[in-house]
Every structure is written in C-alpha cells, then in structure tokens.
Design a protein around this ligand. Structure first.
Ligand code: MIG
Length: 665
C-alpha cells in the first residue's frame, strides 16, 4: 500500500514510475506544520525504532542520531560532520513495531533531523514535495514496494562486474598500456581501465588529446581483444571555445543554463570558462547525450559522469567582483578581520549557493531557478547519456555511472560514492553505504577502493578489496599525486591475486543475485535485522551484511587486525577462500565468534538451506565459465538456484537467461 500526498508545487522529478492518486491531507503518523523554511513533518520515534535509508549518506546504517541535508555537494572532505554528500536519496525506512517507508520527492533540499535535536523525534523539512508513505509487512517488503514505485534498477554489461583499475594521473596511451601489462605480467585479472580527465584535449568533453592518445580507437580495440574495456570520464561543464563544436552547437540551440534573463551563464571548472548543459530541458539533455557518440564510435562502451552536482570552481561574474575587491584593498595594512574578508572573497567562490541561485534552466519555455531543482542535475546528465545509448544501440548494455544522483537515476546508471579517503573509517563507511543505496534503487554502486584522497597502505587496500569483491562496482581509484595504488605496485602481489580471484570465482553468484535483485526490486546488501527482525542484537550490527540470498560477510576494517568478532544471527557455514578456491568450511551455531582472517583470504558465511555457485577463477569476466560450476552447499534437501546465464551484453537476453537449476545435497 502506497499513499501519495502533495505539499506546495513540486517540480516533476520523474523519480516515480507509478501513477498514484493524491490523498487528501497529510500522512496520519506525521504531525505536519507549515513554517517559514518549509513544511515540517514530525514523527515520534520509539526508543526501539531504527531509521534506515538516505542512500549514500554519511555515518552508519542506522541513521538515527544525526542531522542530514540532502543537497548534492561536491566536497571531498567526507567525515562524520558532513550533512550532504554527492547524492540525494530521500527515502527513509522506519523500522519499529510496524515498519514503513517514506519518500520525500523534492528537487530542492530536504532536511532530515533523525533524533539529533530531540533524540526521540524525527523531523523532516521540505518545500514543494510529494510525500509517499509506503507500507509493508516487513522492512524487506517495504523496500520492495518502494522499489516497484521507482522502477527497475539499471543492469550494466557483465564485464562491468569485473575488476576495474583507475587513477587520476594516467596521462597517455603509454600509461594505460603499462597498466594492462602490469596486470597481465603479474597474472592479475582485469576487466576495465579507467581514463580520467587527462585523456581530453584542454579538458574538453568528448575530445581526445591527439598527442597523448593518437589512436584511441586502436587502443580500445587492442585492449578489448584482451578482454579489457576502456572507461573514459565525462565532466558536466563544456568549455567555452570558438570552433569547439559542442560549445558552438549548444550555444546556437540555447542548450546551456542561463542567468535569470536568459543569457548563458559562464562558470569555470577544469576547462576554464565553461557552460553547463541544461539537462533539465529534454532537447538539451538528449543533445548532450548524443555527444557520447564521438567516443562510442571509437569502440568505447563505458563512461563515468563526474562534476555533475554541478561542481563550479567559480563563475565569471563573481570572480571578477572578488578580484575587484581584493585589488581595492591593495596597499592597505589589513588586520585579521580585513584579511579574512580578502580570503573569504576568493574561497567562497567554489560551489557557491549564489551561483546556484543565479543559474537557470529552460523547462518547457519557463525559466526555472537551479537552486530549487539542484538535486536533479547529475541525474539528468546521466539520463541523457542512457537515453542516447538506447538510440545508438537499442539492445546493448553500456557501463554508465555518475557521481551526483537523485532517485530515478537508478534506472539509467549506477553511482560511485565520490572522493573518499584512504582511511580505515572510510572502508567502514563504504560498508554502511551499500544497503542505503540498495534501498533507493542504486544497486550498481561502489566506492573508490583503497581510498581516493591521501596515501593508501598495502593492508588497507587488501582489506578494502576483500570487501570490494562483493560490491557490484569493484574499482580501485585514487587521486592525482597519491601513492601508486595498482595491486602490482605492492610487495605481496600473491595476496592481491588471491583476493581478486575470489571476485571471479564468485561472479556466477554475484551476477545472478544482482540481476534477480534488479528485475525483482530486491536489495542485494541487507542489514542483519532485515533478515532477522526479531533479533534485537542484529539491529545493532553495523559492519556485517547479507549479500544476496545465500551469504553473510563480515569485513575486517582495522589496521593490524588478524581477524575480528563476528555475530551469527543463525547457524551458518563459514567458508574460507584462497586464490578463488574454497579451502575450508565449518558449520557454526548462532552466536559470537572471533574469526581469524589472513590478508590474502576471503571469509564469508553461507546461510542454512542455501547454495552458492562458484566458477573457476579467470582473467576477466567474459572468460568466466558460468556452466561449469562448483557448488558451495549448506542444504539437507535438493535446492533450486536461479542462475543468470544471459550473454552479458544485450538487454533482451537478461530475463530469458534466468535458468533454474536444482542442486543435490
Ligand atoms: O576536481 O577528474 O570524484 O574521481 O579523479 C576533481 C578528477 C575532479 C573528481 C572525481 C574523481 C576524479 C577527479 N574529479
């Protein structure tokens, strides 16, 4: 049962795919008041209630005890103080006596005070919002109903489930080929190499630097012959430069965001002065999407969309004013206060709310202020690309994921969680983010494994990869100038080989579970209490997850730890894997255990009554043989398992590929 209520005049977000009648009044469980900053929705929390959701947001799985503000933010300083990250996913699941979900569908900012001001009260503040109240018999049933409301999650090609290597700083074809050789020569599996902004000429979208990449098409096809795909980045902003066709076409057609008078608004990002494609205008959105053709035509089949909050280093107008101010105090003896004003004049240019307020979209001939629809920008950039791919090759699946997002974008692509850091706490945060993103439809998701900012360590990377083995997007990425982070740069390459092999051995399971969860609106990563709602202890576990129907994982997230304590909410079979092969199993009763885990081991737990298909490890996803399987079993009777045996790249093959097999005990 889903009821829909409307407050104010919401801008259409296309987050929801079901038409529902509007209910009168307000949802009964909330006290609703109109206040100056918006509509306030108050809910009295029981001491026992857990609050889940909010997608990729900060802090733990249970969101209770903090205040969040969903307003897409380009800011790499991710820490516990943060209230906004790159994506805005306004769905909450209140798991009390009777669980229910609530979705605040607004393109504008939404505040969630989840027991921060008053530990026993949830307060949501929104303007111009459709509120969907979602009922169900259990937490999983509520999520399922919500996911039916928002439509089917994106399914990438199978190769996108392989391991991807990335870094900001691969400068040219030589660097890319060296990465491929590093993996090949060290017998490490690989499916994708990512290209960051340096492949472009002057950071111009859809251009390729002619000296650094003299023949991108050949590079792409050489690598594809080895089973490795190139995945270039696309940034939101388009460089202002005469003679650059993307700029000229966009300008001629009125496809860029403007000021309130309709004059194109000049911002600056990597390419210097730039304009932002008006992706809320359907014609402009599809036009920008059609620009991907330049790279598709060269054999590129995957993209990551960046800087689409949108990130703005400065706007032309505000920079000029700031410089005027700085010049005006030239020669003066500045006290602290006066100096701070100088410093602020420059430092406040970045992602300024004033620019978001000045920017406008053209939606069906009406000028719409960006600040009020801010959270839809990255979503629609990604949607434009996906809509164009469907024209370019209607039945083909492409890899596509975005940094900024809003619910609805999950139908068009995946997300990565942006610029985390090489910290153990961010591995822990990555674990907590997965179920939140799943609830909101973003099944194809992952973090920068090893950490983006700062320098990683061998053990952090190994432990993070051991968790990343289970995340649909498994990409190692780091920032410009950080320590080398490719597995073959470290001492114990055999340990990396062992961990990466597990991904490929588990691929029949991980891919089959993904496809089923996407088609059926289910969660891939589940907090323990979603499966064991009566188990009060399970509600407090923040660092273990169920992955699909058969497995529980308990990643090690502390430096120098030789293992960890694990809570088993039921009898399970512990499995140790090395080099992609199970090397020991042991049945454990419900309870607490200290489980040693070596750096080169994958440890997981198989639920009673289930099976896990394992393949022979391979050098890439396309070479994994899904038909010759070894079954891990914890069953007493014949058990059915549905494998996804599709071709891995067509859309039409997905459902037909689902094949039930019966596994004997
Ligand atoms: O201003 O393209 O989150 O993954 O390496 C930074 C360079 C721009 C931010 C992305 C990151 C990427 C980086 N980008």
């Amino acid at each position: 049962m889903i009821a829909k209520y409307r407050f104010g005049h919401p801008f259409p977000t296309d987050a929801v795919v079901q038409e529902l009648p509007l209910s009168a009044g307000a949802p009964a469980c909330f006290t609703v008041t109109e206040e100056e900053d918006g509509t306030h929705f108050r809910y009295a929390l029981d001491k026992e209630d857990c609050v889940f959701g909010l997608g990729e947001q900060a802090r733990g799985i249970n969101k209770r005890g903090w205040i969040y503000e969903n307003y897409n933010a380009d800011d790499p300083n991710i820490n516990e103080a943060r209230q906004s990250l790159y994506g805005s996913h306004n769905f909450l699941l209140i798991a009390g006596e009777k669980p229910f979900g609530v979705f605040f569908d607004s393109a504008d900012r939404v505040l969630f005070d989840i027991g921060y001001t008053d530990p026993d009260e949830l307060v949501v503040v929104a303007k111009n919002v459709d509120v969907y109240l979602v009922e169900g018999e259990s937490a999983l049933a509520v999520v399922h109903a919500f996911r039916t409301l928002i439509g089917q999650s994106y399914i990438p090609p199978k190769w996108a489930f392989g391991y991807g290597q990335s870094r900001w700083g691969y400068m040219d074809e030589g660097d890319i080929r060296a990465v491929f050789e590093g993996f090949r020569d060290n017998d490490l599996p690989l499916d994708a190499i990512y290209m960051d902004i340096d492949y472009m000429l002057d950071y111009k979208d859809f251009s390729v630097h002619p000296a650094r990449f003299p023949d991108l098409g050949k590079l792409a096809s050489d690598l594809k012959a080895e089973g490795v795909y190139l995945v270039p980045i696309i940034d939101a902003a388009v460089k202002v430069q005469e003679g650059y066709s993307v700029y000229e076409e966009g300008l001629a057609n009125g496809y860029f965001c403007t000021d309130s008078e309709g004059i194109p608004y000049v911002v600056a990002v990597w390419p210097g002065e730039s304009m932002l494609p008006d992706v809320l205008n359907p014609a402009a959105r599809l036009w920008f999407g059609s620009q991907y053709k330049a790279l598709l035509d060269q054999g590129i089949e995957g993209f990551w969309n960046d800087m689409n909050e949108p990130a703005i280093f400065y706007s032309k107008g505000r920079l000029a004013a700031a410089i005027d101010y700085v010049v005006s105090v030239k020669g003066q003896n500045l006290d602290t206060h006066a100096f701070n004003k100088v410093s602020y004049a420059i430092n406040s240019l970045h992602n300024s709310p004033e620019d978001y307020a000045a920017l406008h979209h053209n939606v069906e001939g009406k000028r719409v202020c960006h600040a009020e629809v801010h959270n839809l920008y990255g979503y629609n950039m990604t949607r434009g690309a996906a809509e164009y791919f469907a024209e370019y090759a209607p039945d083909r699946r492409y890899l596509l994921f975005s940094r900024a997002s809003y619910i609805g974008a999950h139908r068009y692509g995946g997300i990565w969680t942006g610029d985390n850091s090489s910290w153990w706490s961010h591995l822990r945060h990555n674990i907590a983010q997965m179920p939140g993103m799943d609830m909101c439809g973003f099944l194809f998701a992952g973090a920068d494994i090893g950490g983006h900012c700062y320098n990683t360590t061998e053990d952090l990377l190994l432990r993070w990869l051991a968790f990343g083995v289970f995340t649909p997007l498994m990409r190692n990425h780091t920032t410009n100038g950080s320590r080398d982070q490719e597995p073959y740069r470290f001492k114990d390459i055999a340990a990396f080989r062992s961990i990466l092999s597990a991904r490929y051995a588990l691929l029949p399971y991980l891919y089959s579970e993904y496809v089923k969860c996407a088609l059926r609106g289910e969660m891939l990563f589940k907090p323990l209490c979603f499966e064991y709602p009566e188990d009060r202890r399970a509600r407090t576990v923040e660092d273990q997850l169920f992955v699909g129907g058969s497995l529980m994982i308990a990643p090690v997230c502390d430096q120098n730890a030789a293992g960890r304590y694990v809570y088993l909410p039921a009898r399970m079979k512990l499995v140790r894997m090395k080099n992609g092969r199970p090397c020991s199993t042991k049945v454990l009763e419900k309870g607490d255990y200290y489980i040693p885990v070596a750096l080169d081991e994958i440890v997981f737990f198989v639920r009673e009554g289930t099976v896990v298909p394992l393949a022979k490890p391979a050098k890439n996803a396309s070479s994994v043989d899904f038909t010759r399987l070894h079954w891990l079993k914890f069953i007493a009777a014949p058990t059915a398992y549905e494998l996804a045996l599709d071709d891995g790249f067509t859309k039409s093959g997905i459902e037909k590929g689902l094949t039930a097999v019966t596994v004997e005990p």
